[in-house]
Structures are given as C-alpha cells and as structure tokens.
Design a protein around this ligand. Structure first.
Ligand SMILES: Cc1cc2nc3c(=O)[nH]c(=O)nc-3n(C[C@H](O)[C@H](O)[C@H](O)COP(=O)(O)O)c2cc1C
Ligand code: SF4
Length: 422
C-alpha cells in the first residue's frame, strides 16, 4: 500500500475550527459523511512526515486511550525501527463505562480515518488497520465511511467484545490473526508487533486529534487545555439527566473543573478513569480538574476520561463488588496471579459488600491486591488492584459499617454498568 500525499495545500482553519469546542464531534446530531468532512477541513493535508512529527511534538498531544503517552515520541520510536511498519487505530473500547470512541466512530469516522492515514504515512507503514469494537452501529458506520473513499487503503479488523480486547499486545495478536489475547513482552509492539513488524497502536480519538493538528497546527491545538496538558478530550460522563442515570459523551478542555461536566451535589464519591481507574471522595472531586496533574495529586487517574458520580444513597462497596466480579471474568486466563487472584479478590469484596466478611478477610483482600500487581503479561491485574485499593480507602467508613453488619446504601439500583454499553 502506498499512501499518496494530498495534492492540495493545508486548508486554512474554517470559522468553526477556532478554539471553540467541540472539535471532534459534529455540532448537530448528524453523522459527518465524506463530503461534509472535506467541506469542513479540506483534503488530507500534504504535510510531510518530519513536519508532522514536529507539529505533533509541539502540540503536546498525548494518547487518549488511557495511558497518556506522548504521541510524537511513540511515532518516532516506530519510525526508527527497521522494515515496513503497521499502524493500527484502536477503536476496541473494551471498557463498559466508556462510550467516547463509539460516538466518535459512529458520528465522525473520517476524522479518525484521516488521522490513521497520516500516521501510516509518517511512520512508513505499509498497512493501516482500524481495529474496532463488534458493535453493529460502529461496524456499519465504518463500512459506509470506507465505501465513500476511493483509496481502499484501510482494513477493518473486528475486535472481540471483552475488557482487555483493546490492550495493545492483544490488539496486535488479533490483527495478526490470533485470539486477541495479551502477549508477554519484550518485545514491545513498536519493535515487533503485527506479523513481526514494528507497529504503532494509537487510540481512535488520538488519531482524530492528529488529523486536526495536521490541518491547523500545534498553536491552534494548544488554544484549549493547560500548558502542561494541552488540547481537549472526549469524556464519558455518567449521572447526567434529571434522574442522574444517563451518560453523555462530552468534549471538554483539559483542565475543566469536574463540577462543570456534571452535577456533583449529593455525591459520595466519583469514579475516574473507568474500571481500571480510581474512586475519589466526593468533596475532593468537587475541587478537582479534568487533568492528569490535578487528578494525580489526589491519587486519581484520568484514564480514557470516564467520570461516574456515585450518589450518597448508593453503597460504594456494592458497586465495587459488581465491577470486581466483572473484571475477574475478563482475565484472559494466561497468568496464574490474574487467573487465581482476581476471582478470590472479587469473592472477598462481594462478601464485604453483603456484610458477610470478617476483619481477617479484609487483611487477605489487601494482601492479594498487593500480590497480583506487576505479575501479569498485561496491566489487567494492576488496574483491577488499583480500583479495589481506592475503594477500600475512599469507602473506609462504609467498610467498618459493613464489618458490623450495616450498610448506608438505600438504593440498590446499579450505577456502574458491566454489560454492553447503552
Ligand atoms: C486492559 C487494557 C485495556 C485497554 N483497552 C483499550 C481500549 O479499549 N482502547 C484503547 O485505545 N486503548 C486501550 N488500552 C490502552 C492500549 O494498550 C494502548 O496504550 C493505547 O491503545 C495506545 O493508544 P494511545 O497512545 O493513543 O492512547 C488498554 C490497556 C489495557 C491495559
Ligand atoms: S494479566 Fe490477566 S488479562 Fe493480562 S494476559 Fe495475563 S491472564 Fe490475561
């Protein structure tokens, strides 16, 4: 595959592409087709690989898939490898609490596809793959979008519906024709990934930002966000709507107060970053910003931008137990500590949530959480242990009450969803 440079010079920013948000999603409810996408932004920018890498570096763009790794650094590492590379856009979105890549791919797929082509050109890739969740709406949107394009240079690989499907070595395994299970490292995927080739795995949203940086430049990108963490990000905010049970995908400037995203009155705690993320206390959340820096200062993790307020009438241990059982079922069963440790931890939290646990069980729980960390081929045990540890800290009062047979929760309707995304 060769990805031809565009014949047209980069387009000047259209009026709607100034520093106003949203940048990534259409303003109305419509799906952006290729004609509307080109009318807004123009053809694929003709920017060369070196120039694009410099622009990405100057923009300060970091990965939006969870880890927040600097995008330019990752691209340079792939470009420096020998032999043809593979680029994979990661739209697996295995996290049930996140809907942002789903919304982006169904409503504005061409922005992601252009980012993917730009990435492929910049790192010298001979294959560009979009790895996307099996959801019918996403697959249909991609089929439609690719049919609109004449180039036929992008392949789609359908991800499995499981939490770890989007972990980068699992992505590489699936795109190589395997079962989509995480692989031991080294080698890292940028050294030897899909079919042994150097591979760039980049979150779908990150690729959409890449395309905008290529069109409008790093200064434009930095017009929102903070100096340390520039730009905007898609967040999946729960607890929206009058009954506080809905969810919405909101594009927000990094550094936005959490209280500007969602009503945090009567909120006991907030889960940040999804099921590998952390609980933070409600009072703390009310003075915290949507940024790695602000959240890191209160032991929170931004992850892929999931924000779930837990109302004061809901028990945090009951919610944590349900998610722990789910996470235990998502182990790929390849590594002993993950296969054995996660179910044990889940059963113990369940006992605690149901006020059947003794103080010794709590000690076991803390010990197991320490033992599984760093012992898996992927970060699934670490993320699960982090989530649990934050629950035991933030819901400390509730833990004591449960050990005495009490619970302050009065509404047992689930807040954290472990099924398919609504
Ligand atoms: C258990 C697990 C699940 C993950 N799931 C996803 C996912 O669904 N989508 C995604 O983009 N990244 C996911 N990641 C992160 C990827 O491994 C990888 O860091 C990311 O796709 C890189 O893209 P980015 O730099 O643009 O964020 C997951 C990581 C772990 C440990
Ligand atoms: S740590 Fe768990 S989820 Fe990750 S590869 Fe090993 S068994 Fe699978």
């Amino acid at each position: 595959m060769t990805i031809a440079p565009a014949q047209h010079p980069p387009t000047a920013p259209p009026p709607q592409a100034t520093n106003r948000l949203p940048r990534l999603l259409p303003h109305g409810p419509d799906v952006v087709d290729l004609a509307a996408h080109r009318a807004r932004h123009g053809d694929l920018p003709g920017i060369g690989p070196a120039e694009l890498l410099d622009a990405l570096e100057a923009s300060g763009l970091t990965g939006r898939g969870g880890a927040g790794f600097p995008t330019a650094r990752k691209w340079r590492a792939v470009a420096a490898q020998r032999g043809p590379a593979v680029v994979v856009g990661n739209g697996a979105e295995g996290e049930p609490a996140s809907s942002k890549d789903h919304v982006l791919l169904t409503r504005n797929p061409h922005l992601v596809l252009d980012g993917l082509l730009l990435a492929a050109r910049a790192v010298g890739a001979t294959r560009a793959v979009l790895y996307a969740e099996p959801d019918r709406a996403v697959q249909a949107a991609l089929r439609r979008a690719l049919a609109e394009r004449a180039d036929h240079t992008i392949e789609v690989v359908v991800a499995h519906h499981r939490f770890i499907a989007g972990e980068e070595s699992a992505v590489v395994d699936a795109v190589s024709g395997g079962l989509g299970l995480p692989r031991a490292r080294p080698p890292r995927v940028f050294e030897r990934g899909v079919d042994g080739h150097p591979t760039l795995v980049q979150n779908a949203e990150t690729l959409a930002h890449v395309a905008l940086v290529a069109w409008y430049g790093p200064e434009w990108f930095r017009q929102v966000g903070t100096d340390a963490e520039p730009g905007s990000m898609l967040t999946t905010v729960h607890g929206t709507g009058a009954d506080r049970r809905g969810r919405a995908v909101i594009e927000a400037a990094i550094g936005t107060p959490l209280t500007h995203l969602v009503n945090l009155d009567d909120t006991r705690a907030v889960l940040i970053g999804g099921y590998h993320g952390t609980w933070i206390d409600g009072d703390v959340a009310r003075s915290t910003l949507l940024s790695r820096g602000s959240l890191g200062a209160v032991d929170g993790a931004l992850g892929a931008g999931v924000v779930v307020p837990l109302p004061v009438w809901t028990c945090g241990l009951v919610e944590t137990a349900r998610v722990m059982v789910y996470l235990a079922t998502q182990s790929a069963g390849q590594c002993g500590p993950c296969l054995n440790g996660l179910p044990r931890m889940a059963l113990a939290v369940e006992a605690l949530a149901e006020s059947r646990a003794a103080p010794a069980d709590l000690d076991d729980l803390r010990r197991w959480a320490g033992l599984v960390r760093g012992r898996g081929a992927c970060a699934h045990p670490d993320g699960t242990a982090r989530f649990l540890a934050s629950a035991l800290t933030v819901f400390d009062d509730e833990v004591r009450l449960h050990l005495d047979g009490h619970c302050t929760g009065t509404d047992r309707r689930p807040v954290l969803d472990v099924g398919r995304r609504p």
